[in-house]
Design a protein. Sequence first.
Length: 256
Amino acid sequence: MAFALSKFFLISFSVSIFASIFGIGGGVVYLPLFWKSGHPFNQAATYSLYFVAASSLSAANRYRCEQLIEWQIVSLFAPMAIVGAFLGGYYAQLVNTKILLAIFVASTLFISLRLLSGQSYSSPTKATIPLSAKKNWQALPLGLVAGTIAGLIGKGGGLLYIPIFLYLYQRPLKIAAANSIAIIFFTAIAGVAGHLFRGYSLPIYVIIAGLGGIIGAQIGAHIQVKTNPKTLRPAAGVFFLLVAIYLFYNGVLFPH
C-alpha cells in the first residue's frame, strides 16, 4: 500500500502542475497512465476523475483569488455539465471510448495549431468582458455535451472548454484556463459519482494521494498567474500538441 500511495501521490503532484497551468484537469495524462498500468478502462477513469477533481479545486481557488474566473460563465456551464458528466460516468461502459478519444485527439490538435499560429485576442487582467444573451444560451447545450463526453472517457473536459472559451467566447488564454478549471471541478466530481454508482471504487491510498494534486495545482496556478501571456500562448500550443500525440498513441493507435 505504501508503494502504491507514493506512486499515485507523485503522479498526481507532477501532472497537476502542468495541467493547472494550461487550464485542463490532467485526465489526458492520468487516464492512459492508469489504463496502461493494467487497470480496467472505467476503473482507470474513476481514478483519473478523482485526481482531476482534487487538483482543479486547488487551482480554481488560486484563480478565484486572482479574479480570473468569470463566475457568470461558470454558473451557466456548470449545471448542465454536471448532469452530462454524471450520465457520462454512469453509462461509460456502454460507449465505444476509442471513438471519443479520437475526437479528443482532433480537438487537442486543433487547439495546439491555433495557439502556435500566433492568433490572439485582447488580454484583460481581470474577468470583466460582458456576455451577450446569445452566448448565455449557448452555454447550456455546450456544457451538457462537454460534460457528457468528459464523464464518458474519464476526463474533466478542459480540452473541450478551452477551445470554447478561446474561439467562441474569445477569451484570452489566462481567463479561458481559469474558467475551464472552475467548471472542471464540478464535472469531475459528477463523473466520479457516476462511476461510483456503477460499482467502481476509490481505494484509500488513491484518496490520500489526491493531496499531491492539491499541492501541485497550487504551484501550477502560481506559475500561470505570473507568466507573461505572450510566453504562455506558444508554451500552451506546444503542450497541447504533445498531449495530442500522447493521447493518439496511447488511446487510439495502441489502446490497452
